[in-house]
Design a binder for this molecule. Structure first.
Ligand code: IPM
Ligand code: MG
Length: 365
């Protein structure tokens, strides 16, 4: 198989973790007799510096030609003085998600037994680790609703507005993804909303309930308010399986999930839509969900696992290469189990650097 991939390393730790992930991807594909055809393009702050905008036309064009996008991370203090709408995150990552209609964000929350001590949760509550998935709606809600503006008022005050909008059809299509995910696991689905306060959440809950009742009576569906879900996630994360929620809640809960799973540096993600690539599989954007981490950039200490695991998700979803994806997942697991870890998951032991961690995963492939 020929895999055409647009590589967008981005800013700060982005290029570092991408540098550790690429050799792993190349090796697993070479071994399987596949041809990796990739090109690297600036995005985010790097796009602003090189081409004058966060999502350069050439970068977008390269993404359109590719079967999938492997994304690093964008943003940081260097571009903080720009107007909010021109900053790397809002001017590159969000438009990419919107442009390719990547409405389904899949974030696996995995705490292997070997990392139980890295979790802030009491060990007896997570004795067998954590294995959950967050399905986050990614192109609706507060992130994209209009109006979105800041206005000085006649009385000298200033007003900012964001708008939360959801359509029934948007809720149904993400519910469909959640159902498929639950079916491939334990047929349990938890939908999270704020239906005691928000109109969007009332529609969300009604729509999810009706859709699951009609299309997936085999799925055991439950609902939680988001505040309660946030509390349960830190009290008893092992009880979670497939969590479905809207854009903003998913942003917050997936970071919390990553923290209870030991580190944000382990959180991979897949963003998918309805568009198919040349292989008839979903075109997608794959990225570590942890951000560009300016504070630790350039020091060879960032955890490359989220980027490496994102590459595995890409092989799985956009190319159907499950054996190759399994091999990467297993190599990461083995590396960690053997005690080779970056500082975020080393809890006191001597830490491996970004490059050393990448090399260790590669060696265990
Ligand atoms: C994420 C990130 C992004 C988001 C930021 C960088 C815009 O936090 O992917 O979770 O809020 O979606
Ligand atoms: Mg986030």
């Amino acid at each position: 198989m020929q895999l055409s991939i647009a590589i967008l390393p981005g800013d700060y730790i982005g290029p570092e973790v991408m540098g550790a992930a690429l050799p792993v991807l190349e090796a697993v594909l070479k071994r399987g007799g596949h041809i990796l055809d990739y090109s690297t393009h600036p995005v985010g702050g790097a796009g602003i510096d090189i081409a004058g905008k966060a999502l350069p036309d050439a970068t977008l064009a390269a993404c359109s030609r590719a079967d999938a996008i492997l994304f690093g991370s964008v943003g940081g203090p260097k571009w903080e003085k720009l107007p909010p709408a021109e900053q790397p995150e809002r001017a590159s990552l969000l438009p990419l998600r919107k442009h390719f209609k990547l409405f389904a964000n899949i974030r696996p929350g995995l705490l292997p037994e070997a990392l139980i001590n890295a979790s802030p949760v009491r060990p007896e509550r997570i004795a067998r680790g954590i294995d959950m998935v967050c399905i986050r709606e990614l192109t609706g809600g507060l992130y994209f609703g209009q109006p979105k503006r800041t206005t000085p008022l006649p009385d000298g005050d200033i007003e900012a507005v964001d708008t939360m909008i959801y359509r029934k059809s948007e809720i149904e299509r993400i519910t469909e993804v959640a159902i498929a995910t639950a079916r491939a696991r334990h047929k349990r689905l938890l939908s999270v909303d704020k239906a005691n306060v928000l109109e969007c959440s009332v529609l969300w809950r009604k729509t999810v309930a009706a859709y699951v009742a009609e299309k997936a009576p085999d799925i055991a569906l439950s609902h939680l308010y988001v505040d309660n879900a946030a509390m349960q996630l830190v009290r008893d994360p092992a009880a979670f399986d497939v969590l479905l929620t809207e854009n903003m809640f998913g942003d917050i809960l997936s970071d919390e999930m990553a923290a209870v799973c030991g580190s944000l540096g382990m959180l991979s993600s897949a963003s998918l839509g309805d568009v198919k690539n040349r292989h008839g599989l979903p075109f997608g954007l794959y990225e570590p969900a942890g951000g560009s981490a300016p504070d630790i950039a350039g020091k060879n200490i960032a955890n490359p696992c989220a980027q490496i695991l994102s590459a595995a998700l890409m092989l799985r979803h956009s190319f159907g290469l499950h054996a190759e994806a399994d091999a990467i997942d297993a190599a990461v697991k083995k590396t960690i189990a053997e005690g080779i870890r970056t500082a975020d998951i080393a809890f006191g032991a001597t830490a491996a650097g970004t490059r050393e961690m990448g090399a260790a995963v590669l060696a265990r492939l």
